[in-house]
Design a protein around this ligand. Structure first.
Ligand SMILES: Cc1cc2nc3c(=O)[nH]c(=O)nc-3n(C[C@H](O)[C@H](O)[C@H](O)COP(=O)(O)O)c2cc1C
Ligand code: SF4
Length: 451
């Protein structure tokens, strides 16, 4: 692998790296000062748009383009919601940024608010992150005292307040409209779109929702420039008009059955194998890998033979996964049962479905019931086709649900059954040799404490 100097993670391991003095000694807040002095909001939007930055929260949508969806000349207020809910299994890159370099995130928030003309920013923080809360609040207090937040920032005439909001401890709170509902004090039930948040978001006002790592990337672009950002990553595929390229550094979370789990920074487009071997020290205990989830559990499953796939926004889709997602890789070794993996995945989504949409509510709980039956030695071979049918019909992509949770629930089912069908068939034949449908009732659903 070509040597690569981490920048998003520059402060990790630095004594007091989270403090304002340390951040400023690394050049922090100089880009903000220069921007407020010399640039207009539209210049910052143009800079981020031409950098090719795509949101790091999961969907990979162009950040600059999203900002242009805000209505022009709106009297305000306009809000920025920074998504720090980080509930996708295996994902912890936002936590590292908030705890080890909170000012990098805050500087990105001020720059993004200036660009979008937002005068209030909310950081919606995962409930289970108390240390991030303290680090962020400490940094926000320091930034106010130094004039980087509050009224008339650095004499520029631009004002911004940041509020930390503790989340409601559910996966669905990370979905942007669920987050907005929760921020407004309601149950985190995603809203039907349109209207999209850019038109009607928090308190029915124009709102941008962006991820924490996206904010850190905005800071880096302002500091190092568009050309630097575009020199890292994978350019657009000329044969695919829907691929705008995958630019910039990326934080990859690596966990599961590897020797050295952790959060690693690399150029977008590193292969899954490079990540596991170079950063992760290989599969643990000298074993071989069987599979990996490429970007959070909702992105599906890759086989070991697919490990040479680049982890850019387009790569995982080429091997039948949903996408790059949060770039959180979880490695599954050869001794782990894919039946157990899928049971665990179905348990998670059945627990986290908010229940508004029938295909999601019923689909996630029925897939769990089927997996429970298969694991209990009462499965039938035709259950595999039933599961596949479920996976192919529930979800936003078939057009039947309000949010993407159902897609995320469907992809591990589809990938596990198609890529590991032989293992499911062996399990069913071994544990239920007669292949008969069992007559005893399926036990009541037990999904308490799924995570
Ligand atoms: C079920 C579900 C959960 C989500 N959870 C998160 C999350 O925890 N953090 C996040 O940034 N985005 C999450 N998203 C994506 C957000 O809806 C939204 O696309 C993202 O915050 C936009 O930020 P970005 O453009 O900077 O990526 C989730 C989406 C879905 C469908
Ligand atoms: S898809 Fe599932 S989680 Fe999303 S709104 Fe519908 S029921 Fe709720």
């Amino acid at each position: 692998m070509t040597p690569f100097k981490p920048l998003l993670l520059e402060a990790v391991g630095v004594a007091d790296g989270h403090a304002l003095a340390s951040y400023k000694s690394r050049g922090g807040y100089a880009p903000l000062e220069a921007t407020l002095k010399n640039k207009q909001p539209v210049d910052v939007v143009e800079m981020v748009k031409s950098s090719g930055l795509r949101g790091r929260g999961g969907a990979g949508f162009s950040t600059g383009l999203k900002w242009t969806f805000l209505p022009k000349d709106h009297p305000g207020p306009i809000y920025l919601c920074v998504n720090a809910d980080e509930s996708e299994p295996g994902t912890f890159n936002n936590r590292i940024l908030m705890e080890d370099d909170p000012h990098q995130v805050i500087e990105g928030i001020v720059l993004s608010s200036f660009a979008t003309r937002a005068t209030t920013a909310y950081i919606y923080l995962r409930y289970e992150y108390p240390h991030s809360w303290h680090r962020l609040q400490g940094a926000i207090d320091e930034a106010y005292a130094a004039g980087y937040l509050g009224k008339n920032i650095l004499g520029s005439g631009f004002s911004l307040d940041i509020y930390l909001h503790r989340g409601a401890a559910a996966y669905i709170c990370g979905e942007e409209t669920g987050l907005i509902e929760s921020l407004e004090g309601k149950r985190a039930w995603p809203r039907i779109k349109p209207p999209f948040p850019a038109i009607e978001g928090v308190f029915r006002k124009p709102t941008v929702v962006n991820n924490i790592e996206t904010m850190a990337c905005v800071t880096q672009i302002a500091r190092r420039g568009v050309e630097w950002f575009k020199s890292i990553g994978v350019p657009a595929d000329p044969n695919n008009p829907r691929d705008p390229g995958s630019y910039g550094p990326k934080l990859y979370c690596l966990s599961g059955h590897v020797e050295k789990p952790g959060c690693y920074e690399a150029p977008l487009g590193i292969t899954l194998r490079e990540l596991v071997d170079h950063f992760g020290g290989g599969v643990w205990k000298g074993r071989k890998a069987k599979a990996a989830i490429p970007g959070g559990i909702s992105m599906g499953l890759m086989t070991e033979a697919e490990f040479d796939t680049p982890l850019d926004f387009a790569g995982p889709g080429r091997v039948g996964c949903l996408g790059l997602g949060t770039a959180a890789v979880v490695v599954i070794d050869e001794q782990t049962s894919i039946v157990d993996f899928l049971h665990n995945s179905c348990r998670f989504f059945a627990h986290e479905s908010c229940g508004q949409c029938t295909p999601c509510r019923e689909g996630t709980s029925w897939s769990l019931r089927m997996l429970e039956r298969i694991r209990a030695g009462k499965g039938r071979l035709k259950d595999l086709d039933l599961l596949l049918e479920l996976g192919n019909t529930m979800g936003m992509m078939p057009g039947s649900t309000i949010c993407g949770l159902a897609d995320g629930a469907a992809w591990p089912i589809k990938n596990a059954i198609t890529k590991f069908r032989g293992e499911f068939e062996d399990h069913i034949k071994r544990t239920n040799p007669s292949g008969w449908m069992v007559t005893d009732p399926v036990p009541a659903l037990q999904i308490v404490g799924a995570h």
